[in-house]
Write a protein that binds this ligand. Sequence first.
Ligand code: RUQ
Ligand code: CUA
Length: 654
Amino acid sequence: MKNILKSMVALLSILVAFTSCNNTSNQNAGALSGSAAEKVYVNPGEHDEFYAFISGGFSGQLSVYGLPSGRLFKVIPVFSQDAEKAYGYNEETKPMLNTSHGFVPWDDSHHPDISQTNGVIDGRWVFINGNNTPRIAKIDLSTFETTEIIEVPNSAGNHSSSFVTENTEYVVAGTRFSVPIPQKDMPIKDYKGNFKGALSFISVDPEHGHMDIKFQLIMPGFDYDLSHPGRGKSHGWFFFSTYNTEEASTLMEVNASQNDKDFIAAVNWKKIEEYVNNGGGTMMAANYAHNVYDESTHTATSTMKKEVLTVNPLDVPGAVYLMPTPKSPHGCDVDPTGEYIVGSGKLSANLTVHSFTKMLAAIENESFAGDAYGIPIIDFEASLAGVVEQPGLGPLHTEFDGKGNAYTTFFISSEVVKWKLGTWEVVDRQPCYYSVGHLMIPGGNSQKPFGKYVVAMNKITKDRYLPTGPEVTQSAQLYDISGDKMELLLDFPTVGEPHYAAGCPADLIKPRSKKLFKLEENNHPYATKNEADTKVVREGKDVHVYMTTIRSHFSPDNIEGIKVGDKVYFHITNLEQDYDVPHGVSMIGANTSELLIMPGQTETFVWEPKQVGVWPFYCTDFCSALHQEMQGYVRVSAANSSTPLRWSLGEDIE
Ligand code: RUQ
Ligand code: CUA
């Protein structure tokens, strides 16, 4: 017996040793049960239950996945050029990437948020922020295309963005970096007291979704990190986490970590809206781009706007308060009832939860602990709802399941921790592989979360997949949260850096998804609606080719009379009126991308031939059995030649 015991102890210690030095394969993947596989398996030909829109971070794009399968459906180009769809390459979409700094074909996209009606996700649009050259984009979820981008002036590192209020009255964008407002040449060391942080409230037209900056609140020079709208009882308020309330401008990791508490700024936007509707605020000169894509002309236009309405918080008493929150809070998340505001102090051992009701009472009773630049600071204890004691290390973000539970990510201890709203007790925890940032529950940022799954978006992947050189894919993990215990179901790779995501039931979007563009509704100025109208027109050195595509040819497919030094615009209309029959086109030597033209759509690329010869073009999308025959030639003559301009299809040019 003793011997058996001895050998059992030995076996156990070996197991423990093995587990602790090889935590990948033993703690998780190997332990996945067969039922986990079943839970993510979507039969071939069947559809996923949820859409997930996962930001691409430094790729500047937004990817569309299905849940629970984790299958990637589309990468929607937003802030970065995308050769796959010609976004930012064709003449029609180039204006989308215009800014006050000129054509900026890249950004860093972080926080998608889906439009809402009455506090519930409605699946009409998804908004996303560009951090680097501050912009907010709107993607139409009937076409899955970026249809509007507005630049945000007076902002820098547009990070506490883009979150929508519960009727999509506003999409809100807060600056991460404070800057001189208006920008000017001044010593950096004079930051403190002089730099300011702009919080922008961008109105959204309820019918067309048209965006416009309604006002900018000019706040003290802190860093505004994340934000979320109030909802339900707190509708009309917006909450922003801050760090660097020290107002340091160098060696931030030390100098911005001095204060024991930073703030969550509570902004009563309804009050400010009323103030500006009554003529309040100061119009300030500004310069920012507003780019709109028109579905009927299939073309974007860019307009430079010249002024923006600014509001000094001190001019609207009762509109802005600061709630002390320990240690450089990152996430600032509001529960589905609108009562609790969770501040995740990155350097704090505990999670701090504020109560909206207590906040209002504190304001009423003037329980203030001083002010910052005249903005009242609410007494810490007065708005405190509770504290989640030592739940993990390095808290970042919190989402909610609508059943009274909150889920917080911990970057350093690499886990998702489930805890109860109201009692603040930790009820479950699951490891993430590795170093999780955001997490997403479909509908998590609304009054009605669909609390079946949580997706954890991880910063580090290491050994989870086959190696691909020094750069390994970033990764998401899917957990089932329908039971008491979270269950890891799936790892799936992501595009770029998955920052945040927004999700919703597929049924909200699927029925509204467009199948094609109607040819008769195409108002593109260079549209050609039948082959008989195709032509080539010379205007000096500019040549316009009015071309069409249909399975399986271009019309015209032979063109002569083009000369070196010409600028040739190919305006191509896809005459197809069937679902899922795009044609592509590419031209040898064109220093732009191919085009991918949807049925009923017109797109344009420019080609500047540099060499005489006979140059082919072809269809880049495998469209039919005779796709390989879908090709043509352009004859390019010397600049001084007299080759006449001619075009044809199905006959030899004489
Ligand atoms: S951030 S990992 Cu850009 Cu949303 Cu917190
Ligand atoms: Cu058209 Cu291939």
